[in-house]
Design a protein around this ligand. Structure first.
Ligand code: LLP
Length: 431
């Protein structure tokens, strides 16, 4: 899907220079064929390979009306983490029974929304939330399907800021017996909630499966314990997401089967030994589905050479449209779309336009001599780029264009200056 023809970068059949001209820069591009290829891998290595499985797209990676529609059409479920994400899905008629709601501090209003729409599952993050859900269900005389997100206490090999499964985490119910089991008992006994099983999410951008396998072992013990204590067989197990993608040459991402197969094998043989039916198994990938399917285009403006030290090439965007380098030291690679096969013989740093020293998109990349007016393309920006965009320095959020087989279409209009101030009010005494 990423090709070079006549020294120009093409994305899903579209000439990126033409796209930059037509839609302006900075610009987010998504290739539908690349998203579909990832969904197909999930289907062939998981959904079609194993019975009684589901995949829920973690919308936080990139949630728009378009993604809801595509995910619906492709038959997946959707994981939302806020009233806003839930609203987006419901607005475009995403089937409520295929929505699951994660998050460590869902408000009463958000829980009410979830119950009123009758969504498929709420993933309970703490005991306080369980009590609120039971109370709300009683008030509304309704019921809700629940999973418990547990904190499995495993370490994961990723940036500390995106690790979520270790014990000292704001996410999930700790394994302490006097916290977890009374909560499980309460949920099993309650006539208002339907307890289905356990959920974990151990981290993001993972290239090895050790955390998933370690966390599964924790869940297996829980399945056994819950059977012994409450004579209850869990019906569903959710392994979260976290499957890593390729950002730079150093990344060597593993296929989905590398994560899934050992889990399924262990779970199957465990259930056979225990003489129970295997629970249904759900995965919740975000980055894996959209990360490599997105690229961004920028125009290079000022170029500053500090003799003997460094050359900075500044782009017309930065940490407002991709905060990941500033926030997590995330690394990206890219090229000059109008000099795509020229020899890269100059080391430069690509800096954003925000008033912040950490606003450096790429440190020390080799490029053909960059000049003002060149179009710089960055790869693998599809996850947590647009979804974490912000208006620092009152810089508008760029538009999003979908490309497929040489055709392009706007799916999110770019913000303009008026949009950014449209909700601001001048207090009476200064009018
Ligand atoms: N399920 C749960 C409960 C999660 O918390 C997450 C991500 C996912 C699924 C999807 O994880 P993925 O497959 O995308 O790795 N903003 C950070 C990533 C934060 C991920 C938080 N949770 C970044 O830009 O790297």
């Amino acid at each position: 899907m990423i090709e070079i023809k006549n020294n120009i970068l093409y994305f899903d059949g579209c000439n990126t220079l033409d796209l930059a001209k037509e839609y302006g820069t900075p610009l987010y591009l998504y290739s539908e064929n690349l998203i579909l290829s990832k969904l197909n891998e999930i289907k062939s290595s998981f959904l079609n390979k194993y019975d009684n499985t589901r995949a829920a797209y973690a919308g936080k990676a990139f949630l728009t009306k378009y993604m809801c529609k595509l995910i619906e059409k492709e038959g997946l479920s959707l994981d939302v983490v806020s009233g806003g994400e839930l609203y987006t899905a419901i607005e475009v008629d995403f089937p409520a029974e295929r929505i699951e709601f994660n998050g460590n501090n869902k408000s009463i209003e958000e829980l009410e929304m979830a119950l009123d729409y009758n969504i498929g599952r709420i993933i309970v993050d703490n005991v306080y939330e369980l009590e609120r859900i039971i109370e709300l269900c009683r008030e509304k005389n309704t019921t809700s399907n629940l999973l418990f997100r547990i904190t499995p206490g495993v370490m994961s090999d990723t940036h500390d800021y995106i690790t979520t499964g270790k014990k000292d985490s704001k996410f999930g119910i700790p394994l302490d017996e006097d916290i977890l089991f009374p909560a499980v008992k309460k949920a099993i006994k309650s006539e208002y909630v339907n307890f289905l099983g356990f959920h974990f999410h151990v981290g993001s951008q993972l290239h090895n499966n050790l955390s998933h396998v370690g966390a599964l072992d924790v869940v297996l013990k829980l399945i056994e314990k819950v059977k012994i204590l409450f004579d209850f067989n869990i019906k569903e197990f959710n392994m979260g997401g976290g499957f890593g993608i390729k950002y730079t040459e150093e990344d060597d991402p593993m296929p989905i089967s590398y994560f899934v197969d050992p889990l399924m094998k262990r779970l199957d043989s465990f259930c056979q030994n225990l003489g129970i039916v295997r629970p249904s198994v759900v995965m919740e990938p975000g980055r894996f589905i959209v990360g490599e399917a997105g690229i961004q285009l920028y125009t290079i403006g000022s170029i500053k050479e500090i003799p003997g030290i460094r050359t900075y090439a500044s782009i017309d965007g930065g940490m407002t449209d991709n905060i990941r380098p500033g926030l997590y030291q995330a690394e990206y690679t890219g090229l000059i779309a109008n000099k795509a096969s020229d020899k890269s013989n100059k080391t430069v740093s690509i800096s954003g336009k925000c008033c912040e020293s950490t606003d450096i998109l790429i440190k020390n990349i080799k490029l053909p001599n960059p000049e003002s007016g060149d179009i710089f393309a960055v790869f693998s920006t599809g996850a947590y780029g647009y979804s974490m965009a912000n208006n620092y320095n009152k810089i508008p959020i760029p538009g999003v264009v979908l490309v497929k087989n040489g055709k392009s279409e706007l799916i999110v209009k770019p913000q303009n200056y008026a949009d950014m101030i449209s909700r601001e009010l001048i207090p009476k005494h200064l009018r």
